[in-house]
Ligand binder design. Sequence first.
Ligand SMILES: [Zn+2]
Ligand SMILES: [Zn+2]
Length: 269
Amino acid sequence: MPKIDLHTHSTFSDGTSSPEEVVRMALKSGIKLLALADHDTTDGVSRAQQICAEHAVLFTPAVEISTCEHDHLHFTGYRLDLTNQEFQNFLNQNRENRKNRILKIIHQLAQAGVPITEEDVFSRAPNTVSRAHVADALKAKKIVSTRQEGFKKYLVPGCVGYVPSTGVTAVEAIKNIKKAGGIAVIAHPGMVREIWDFPAWKEAGLDGIEVFYPAHTFTLKQELLALARKYGLFCTGGSDYHGPHGGRITSPGMEIPQTHYNRLLSKLF
Ligand SMILES: [Zn+2]
Ligand SMILES: [Zn+2]
């Protein structure tokens, strides 16, 4: 089965590897098709694209957009026109909203006696800031020992540092991807099973489902494949690689069946 990865992150958002390092890891894994899908920014894309071109790896410009409906309801956009100014303004606004959320988190943590400063967090995030940077700052101050512990103890619902997502709605995320000439995919649907709304997402223009994902069980994949058939959606695969220190899967790449790979290529190129 061909190995691809349409879902990776770099230091332009909450990954711990540069775009070049992400591509190098992808090359090592024998990937045929790659996308760098950083959160709310496409600024790292051209760097990854260039190395892929040098090594004859297929590449599509991508992004991952967060929504306000759930901390894990995300949509990835592919085949984007990165020069679309309206879309770049949209991403810019999302990054501003993220900053405001993080400022509130820092304020709440300070009020609870957790000594984290704006500098501690924002110095780690040259482009898109996220809760992962707060967790990393907590780790650097030895308040927690891993990024995951930082989330679990301080940043998820019920914790002192939790502030709800400031993202757009699902429909807005999908529509903005489409307006930039892109194709819209629901990322890791297994993480948001309780709020699935495929009829509404399809109506907004959803094109695909990320079926092949590390945390998806065999049963869940069968269910997603059936949904893809029902709604006429194509299937993608991605690892959500965040670099070797991201606390997740340690190398990029997901195997996908040849028929889905062929269909994907016809959609992307
Ligand atoms: Zn995501
Ligand atoms: Zn992701």
